[in-house]
Design a protein around this ligand. Structure first.
Ligand SMILES: Nc1ncnc2c1ncn2[C@@H]1O[C@H](COP(=O)(O)OP(=O)(O)OP(=O)(O)O)[C@@H](O)[C@H]1O
Ligand SMILES: [Mg+2]
Length: 389
């Protein structure tokens, strides 16, 4: 019997094998109906059989073997099948397995029922294989496309949530801080209250920084961060950042050094944002370097670029963290007490802010316990523009 006739004649048996195999792939907890497990299979098989019955020209044959066949009911069924399997939580490997099982069960059942091999059988097998390949490709493409779309939607939901969370957390901070000030002023003789209100004020400032980072990150991820560039001398940016972070380093008895810069370091940038970049790198250096460690900042200049390097001799980074360290929420394993704190936002912000300035960032560590080095490259403002500064 020709393959096309066999498929139509034995459709129910083939579908049953397809269903049995698909059932072995069912994701845990799902109990899928026969209809769900067989979905689109009948359309695909009937489509293939109909197609096999029509002779095909050489051009059609070549187009098919190159995967350039025009859309057909079965290829559309293949696309729908890919999306349906994604929605039922199948993996892409399982989707591919289904087609392999279909291919082998059809050919096996057919071989068992056909005693003699004819020349036409070879043509049928080749065409059948191509048809399965085409359906597999249609399913895999649509599976991947739908997966990407779902991921994008998820990312967008997460970003919106972060933005909302940031705003909701920011709102109560000003009144709390104002109340702490009033409390302190109204009780200027009572040390217990003054101490308590100082603690509130300090912690509110800390929370405000966290929340501001969160808001910045959500702006960055939604592509709405604003960078207003003006001619700057990077030295003054460094001074501002150092002023912010120095108390943290002093509290940890860390030795901090800045290589002296005699000449201005001309860049175009948003002062506030660049201070944020440098202070994030310095804060990390202070946070991830033990008491008494050393932190150094230097600037290297060439004709086109300015490199700002922050180096410490602290806890360093494992090789598997380094490629991800600039991603949102990426953090090294923490001790259960999370002594170093943080949300994993700082470096993601640094990267995106630096990129908004046309620059880039990189990091290096010889491994855990062996210190870290972060480098920010910014385009150097050219001499003609520098005169206007
Ligand atoms: N100088 C450094 N030395 C060692 N590890 C570092 C250093 N800087 C960053 N890391 C590692 O990279 C991770 C990500 O840093 P990032 O600044 O993005 O987040 P964070 O410091 O954990 O939190 P946040 O900055 O939001 O307060 C850190 O958690 C830490 O594991
Ligand atoms: Mg940080």
């Amino acid at each position: 019997m020709r393959l096309a006739d066999f498929i139509l004649d034995q459709l129910e048996a083939i579908l049953q094998e397809w269903e049995n195999f698909a059932r072995t792939l069912e994701p845990p907890g799902a109990s899928m109906s026969t209809k769900e497990l067989r979905n689109h299979a009948a359309v695909m098989l009937k489509g293939i059989a109909e197609d096999l019955r029509n002779p095909q020209s050489r051009d059609q044959e070549i187009a098919k073997s190159h995967g350039l066949e025009p859309a057909s009911p079965q290829s559309q069924a293949g696309e729908h099948h890919g999306v349906a399997r994604l929605e039922s939580n199948f993996s892409i490997e399982q989707l591919v397995s289904e087609y392999r099982a279909l291919r082998s069960s059809v050919l096996r059942l057919w071989a068992e029922s056909t005693k003699s091999a004819e020349q036409t059988d070879i043509v049928d097998i080749t065409r059948f294989n191509e048809a399965i390949d085409q359906l597999l490709a249609a399913s895999v493409f649509s599976f991947a496309k739908a997966a990407r779309k779902a991921q994008e939607a998820e990312k967008q939901r997460r970003n919106q949530f972060l933005a909302m969370l940031g705003h909701e957390l920011r709102n109560p901070l000003s009144p709390i801080s104002a109340a702490a000030t009033i409390l302190r002023m109204a009780n200027s003789g009572d040390h217990t209250i003054i101490n308590a209100s100082n603690i509130i004020a300090r912690q509110v400032t800390h929370m405000a920084t966290l929340v501001d980072d969160l808001l910045d990150v959500s702006r960055v991820t939604r592509g709405i961060i604003e960078v207003r560039c003006e001619p700057l001398d990077l030295r003054s940016v460094i001074d501002d950042a150092v002023e912010q972070v120095l108390p943290q380093m002093q509290a940890r008895a860390q030795a901090f050094s800045v290589a002296e810069l005699r000449e201005p370091v001309p860049v175009n940038g948003d002062r506030k944002r660049l201070v944020q970049v440098v202070s994030n790198l310095l804060t990390n250096a202070a946070k991830y370097t033990p008491q008494g460690g050393a932190i150094a900042l230097r600037v290297d200049l060439d004709d086109e670029r300015v490199a700002l390097v922050v180096e410490d001799n602290g806890i360093g980074m494992a090789p598997d963290l380094i490629p991800h360290v600039f991603e949102l929420f990426a953090q090294a394993e923490r001790t259960p007490d999370r002594a170093s704190g943080g949300l994993g936002l700082g470096l993601a912000l640094v990267k995106s802010l630096v990129e908004h300035h046309g620059g880039k960032v990189s990091c290096h560590s010889d491994g855990p316990g062996r210190g870290s080095r972060f480098t920010v490259w910014l385009p150097r403002r050219q001499a003609a523009a520098a005169q206007g500064a």
